[in-house]
Design a protein around this ligand. Structure first.
Ligand code: GLC
Length: 743
């Protein structure tokens, strides 16, 4: 018998009930069961280690490494780097006796206004899934559990605990669930945290669809499912559907009353209760059986946090090679964030950093003559502050202007209502441009901002929320110690009204409709052929790369793709080779292209490497809501390779044939589709040989005259049964059977 079963057997009913709740955010004492204490702690970019379990100030925590935010390191597109972020976090968690770290956050960025977008990876489910899988593997390599969250559909903070999201089935599977599937199936996180919100009327903590049917049955997840704080509603339904743990819930006394009543009423059996608490006990046992590391090197972790930030920053503009800077340059560093780094988001992910590296102090180490002016403090400035900054800017050849969103603008619990930077910062920029045209802007923001000034400046470096060592990382990129290699994991639209869900975010009252369906992010902008400020996958380097020699080989169950990548510049650097697929879209509405895979590659100056990809069937899949399964259309697929979704260098095609053509012909399929999409003209002539009326409509389909033609093409068995008195019900069923016969 397993240790968990042994413990379970000895539990009284009261003990069992105690395992359903209050087991988190505090060091639960399990000693009476012969188990070590057990602790969950936030968060995805650093450990929010409370000093006292029931302290009021959730920000008064122990100083521990604050790594770049998820939106920042997602821009690294670097699986190995993200694995190492997980590993570093796992090691620190071990030394704090944290059993499970509450991350990664895998929700899709439906709108740039989402308040927790800084905590999430991307607008794309494949990039999200790939990086989250690595994070989980790295974390759990150190025997610290991961808790992937928030399953599923936490795409806004507005009314997050009650909102009902109306999401069609295909969109739910292809976008919002897909981001979680690989991390859960392949990463095997210790825990899954359910989302607060409802999807199609059901709360995440108890859903028949996402929790019971998808997570537990279809994906076969056996780990521990926990609610978000106070996130349970119908606890009876939740426990039966696969929930194991309330992350804080009602008092033990009230919980005991509630469960006892369920048992007495027979709406919950003792076997179901045992089944509900077993994963928690198994996980607690798993957590205590690992070897605890006693220490870590905070300086090494700090330096790694800087490296992670360096690898993630995105160089968005670099006119006339304005960057990198030289140590001899005459430089003004301006902006409150130059001395007061904006490095993380607000809410439960907040970390008390080990130590901060500021931008200005880091630049001065590389360029001692650099001078500074504050210009603004967050979103407050004055004429005097702006004039002081203008005087400093005028004295120097080049200006580094640090702009960004104050932390209060981006947090758990509320969404942004616009995408603008603080007005005082833009006023400062315009004043500086009056005295000095040579301006590089460094941005500190967890999600896209509008940049009406972009054409006026020489360079833009997107530093996102770079973590505690972000200042040093910015300086190293600006001075070329590091060649920037970040690529946007989300589209930067020109303005919020361009976004796919603009008319449906954050919804009205307690309901929001995902009317854009699968057209989230670049899927939307590409399909609409819309210009964007910066596209998904975009980012510049201090060198250049050339793509050539695309080879596509169809194997039985996979597509082998290779290409050659050359560094055509004069310094080494990393390129993110992105592979997109364009589906035939014959039977299903499809985006122009969808990310299928990616690789980040270092190349020395002048070096060429062959890059290989293996595309499996699931890269070509479409969720067919008629049969509620993933399918692959037969047809011609476009394979596209490039350095962003809007900078495709190579394109090829490959045929994929599936035994079953989609969809079946039914009595509602018209003659035009049967002829042109299914190629059934000859077969229909044969079938209609004894039905001259139906044959006559078939002939009309061939007419040159469009009106006559339409009299045929619009017909279906549904209508022919009314018109052709010789066409019996048996005839129709027989004909449909023959038409759908697959060789
Ligand atoms: C919060 C967050 C969740 C966090 C939890 C514990 O409500 O939604 O991400 O892990 O509570 O702090």
């Amino acid at each position: 018998m397993s240790r968990a079963e042994d413990i379970l057997e000895k539990l009284t009913l009261r003990d069992k009930i105690s395992f359903i709740s209050q087991m988190v955010m505090e060091r639960a004492d399990l000693s009476e069961y012969g188990m070590k204490n057990f602790l969950l702690a936030d968060g995805p970019s650093g450990i929010r280690m409370m000093k006292e379990t029931d302290q009021e100030d959730i920000y008064d925590t122990l100083p521990l490494t604050c790594y770049p935010s998820a939106s920042t390191y997602a821009s690294s597109w670097d699986r190995e780097l993200v694995w190492n972020i997980g590993q570093h976090l796992g090691r620190e968690a071990q030394t704090q006796n944290v059993s499970v770290l509450l991350g990664p956050g895998c929700n899709i960025k439906r709108s740039p206004l989402g308040g927790r977008n800084f905590e999430y990876y991307s607008e794309d489910p494949v990039l999200t899934a790939e990086l989250a899988t690595e994070y989980i593997k790295g974390l759990q390599k150190e025997d610290t559990g991961a808790c992937i969250k928030h399953f599923a559909g936490n795409n806004q903070e507005t009314r997050r605990m009650t909102i009902n999201e109306k999401i069609d089935e295909r969109t739910l599977h292809e976008i919002y669930l897909r981001a979680f599937e690989k991390p859960i199936k392949e990463g095997s996180p210790y825990m899954v945290m359910t989302a607060y919100n409802r999807i199609n009327g059901e709360y995440g903590a108890e859903s028949n669809v996402t929790l019971r049917d998808i997570l537990r049955k279809e994906w076969g997840y056996k780990g521990c499912v926990v609610t978000d704080c106070f996130g349970a509603h119908d606890l009876n339904k939740a426990l039966i559907n696969g929930l194991n743990l309330q992350m804080a819930g009602e008092s033990p006394e009230r919980l005991e009353e509630e469960i006892t009543e369920m048992l007495q009423k027979g709406t919950l059996s003792i076997e179901q209760l045992d089944q509900a608490i077993r994963p928690t006990i198994e996980m607690a046992v798993r957590c205590e059986e690992v070897s605890r590391k006693e220490s870590y090197d905070p300086e090494e972790h700090h330096n790694f946090a800087r490296k992670a930030a360096e690898e993630s920053m995105v160089l968005l503009k670099n006119k006339d090679d304005f960057l990198p800077l030289n140590a001899e340059d005459s430089i003004a560093v301006i902006g409150g964030m130059g001395k007061n780094l904006r490095f993380q988001g607000g809410g439960s992910s907040h970390v008390n950093p080990y130590r901060l590296e500021q931008v200005y102090e880091s630049i001065v180490k590389l360029c001692p003559q650099a001078i500074y002016a504050e210009g603004y403090t967050d979103d407050i400035s004055s004429g005097e502050m702006i004039e002081e900054a203008a005087v400093v800017a005028e004295k120097c050849d080049k200006v580094i202007l640090c702009m960004g969103l104050p932390e209060i603008y981006e947090s758990e619990g509320y969404d942004r209502v616009h995408m603008k930077l603080p007005q005082c910062q833009e006023e400062l920029l315009q004043r500086i441009l009056e005295v000095n045209k040579n301006v590089a802007v460094v941005l500190f923001n967890g999600a896209p901002v509008e940049m009406p000034w972009e054409e006026q400046v020489s360079a833009v470096l997107e530093a996102y929320l770079p973590g505690e060592a972000g200042g040093g990382a910015v300086a190293n990129v600006l001075f070329g110690k590091v060649n920037p290699s970040g690529r946007l994991a989300e589209t930067f639209p020109f303005k919020i009204s361009d976004t796919p869900c603009y008319l449906n975010f954050p919804g009205r009252w307690n309901e929001v409709t995902y009317a854009e369906g699968i057209y989230v992010g670049y899927r939307y902008y590409d399909k609409k052929e819309m210009p964007v400020r910066y596209p998904f996958g975009y980012g510049l380097s201090y060198t250049t790369f050339q793509y050539s020699n695309l080879q596509i080989i169809k194997k039985d169950k996979e597509i082998q793709v290779s290409l050659e990548l050359k560094n055509t510049g004069n310094r080494g650097g990393k390129e993110v080779v992105q592979l997109y697929i364009g589906k035939p879209g014959k039977w299903f509405e499809c985006p122009i292209q969808e990310l299928a895979d990616f690789q980040k590659i270092w190349l020395d100056a002048g070096e060429t490497k062959q890059i290989k990809f293996i595309l499996k069937k699931d890269s070509f899949g479409i969720y067919d809501t008629d049969i509620h399964e993933w399918v692959v259309e037969s047809g011609t697929y476009r394979i596209l390779a490039g350095s962003s979704s809007r900078n495709i260098s190579l394109e090829g095609q490959v045929e994929w044939t599936e035994p079953k053509e989609y969809p079946d012909i039914t009595e509602h399929t018209n003659l035009e589709d049967m002829i042109r999409l299914f190629g059934k003209e000859q077969q229909l002539r044969e079938l209609f040989k004894d039905n001259p009326v139906s044959l006559g409509f078939l002939e009309r389909c061939m007419s040159e005259d469009p009106l006559t033609q339409s009299m045929g093409t619009l017909m279906s068995f549904h209508t022919l049964r009314r018109i052709d008195n010789k066409l019996t019900e048996e005839d129709i069923q027989r004909m449909l059977k023959e038409l759908n016969q697959r060789s």
